[in-house]
Write a protein of this length. Structure first.
Length: 80
């Protein structure tokens, strides 16, 4: 159970890093698309937003599993 907890916790962290990178890129590209009127770039930003949503969904599922698998008491942690 603790291994599942650790794996899911690591997955949440990895997903958050990936999401932050994708959002940073999307914000930069959205600003560029807006200031230059680049419609193709704007369309790529919209497509990338769907990918960000998928990573967020994955992270939410991992966080939910992590919450369910978390140690319940100090005694549980001590016995592991």
């Amino acid at each position: 159970m603790r291994e599942i907890f650790r794996q899911d916790l690591e997955q949440v962290g990895d997903d958050l890093v990936l999401m932050a990178q994708k959002v940073r890129t999307a914000m930069r590209d959205a600003t560029t698309a807006l200031t230059t009127g680049d419609l193709a770039l704007a369309e790529r930003v919209i497509a990338a937003d769907r990918e960000i949503d998928q990573v967020q969904d994955s992270s939410t599922r991992s966080a939910s599993r992590c919450w369910r698998a978390r140690p319940r008491s100090p005694a549980t942690c001590a016995s592991s």
